[in-house]
Design a protein around this ligand. Structure first.
Ligand code: TXA
Ligand code: MG
Length: 304
């Protein structure tokens, strides 16, 4: 397990085609040089992904993003409003070399975001080119939201690992495609309402497994089965309460931001006591609750 390294070591590792555990404000990522297909292939190997899903290109700022993707007025308006931050835009590709074919899974589009975490920003800025970074979990497992969990999942494959503390947001970025109509591919902490306030009504992802291929059922899944919308847990179940205290409470006060930040960590903690099941309290559907419920349905094995 690599000990925490500094920014210089992380940049050197990226330049050498190695992988880096990279903190972001959403979840920890496993980063590589987007232009280097061998390095990108290492990511898929480390995650044990059954097939090649397109990865998000992480950039330092909008100027760097405009070098790799084609921005229209709507895309620019969203980037100006929410970057740096937990929003990913899927746009037509502009430079096929800087984000390699393998990183895009051969698509004519590219997913791009400027992360808000200062360590992520500083690494990308010092590296000078985009890095691709999926969540640092092994395929199908909950995304890591602490340094220890990230190292535990994929640290063995990383040449450098940056400790950025616990992730503020705790859920992966919101993904919006701006290819035809604006379309919500993955709900996140930038809410549907916040995006619609900038670009108007969002179309649904018709078949999200097809359009955003990483979003399979049984994503984010702990080992124990997960039961949703539970008001009273059964004996032997670990209970993720909401608006009430408890050892695995998502938020004692019923705060959605706190629940999002705690979700993946609590799923891991609950799993460690080897319960017969993990029962989860009902979570309101609106605002940030849309993203929390999306991840919970996947943890429970339902197609979203
Ligand atoms: O918050 C996040 O976005 C984190 C941190 C590390 O930045 N990263 C992350 O990456 O969640 P990953 O690989 O776990 O999820 C990327 C998602 C997948 O669902 C993938 O299918 C989708 O974005 N995606 C990537 N490129 C795409 C494209 N060109 N078209 C449609 N969906 C795309
Ligand atoms: Mg992921």
């Amino acid at each position: 397990m690599p000990a925490a390294t500094d920014i210089d070591a992380a940049v050197a590792a990226l330049k050498a085609g190695e992988l880096v555990i990279l903190p972001t404000e959403t979840v920890y990522g496993l980063a590589a040089d987007a232009a280097d297909p061998v390095a990108v292939a290492r990511i898929f190997e480390a995650k044990g992904r059954p097939r090649f899903n397109p990865l998000i290109a992480h950039v330092a700022d909008l100027a760097q993003a405009e070098g790799i993707a084609l921005f229209d007025d709507r895309a620019r308006a969203l980037a100006e409003r929410f970057w740096p931050g937990p929003l990913t835009l899927v746009l037509p590709i502009r430079d096929r070399d800087v984000v390699s074919d393998l990183a895009r899974a051969g698509l004519d589009t590219v997913a791009v975001r400027a992360p808000g975490h200062p360590l992520a920003h500083d690494v990308i800025a010092a590296f000078g080119r985009p890095v691709v970074a999926p969540s640092a979990n092994r395929s199908g497992r909950p995304s890591p939201t602490t340094f220890a969990d990230a190292v535990d999942e994929t640290g063995a494959f990383a040449a450098a690992a940056l400790d950025g503390g616990p992730c503020d947001v705790g859920l992966e970025s919101t993904v919006v495609a701006l290819i035809d109509r604006p379309r919500l591919l993955r709900p996140g902490s930038v809410t549907r309402a916040q995006i619609e306030a900038v670009v108007g009504p969002l179309a649904e992802a018709e078949s999200d497994a097809k359009r955003s291929p990483g979003r399979l059922a049984l994503h984010y899944a702990p080992d124990a089965p997960v039961r949703l919308n539970v008001d009273a847990p059964r004996d032997g179940e670990a209970y993720l309460a909401f608006g009430a205290p408890g050892p695995f409470s998502l938020s004692e006060t019923g705060d959605l931001r706190e629940a999002a930040a705690n979700l993946f960590r609590r799923l891991r903690e609950a799993d460690r006591i080897r319960p017969i099941a993990i029962a989860v309290a009902p979570i309101p559907a609106d605002g940030l609750g849309e993203a929390i419920n999306d991840r919970l349905r996947r943890a429970a094995g339902f197609v979203g």
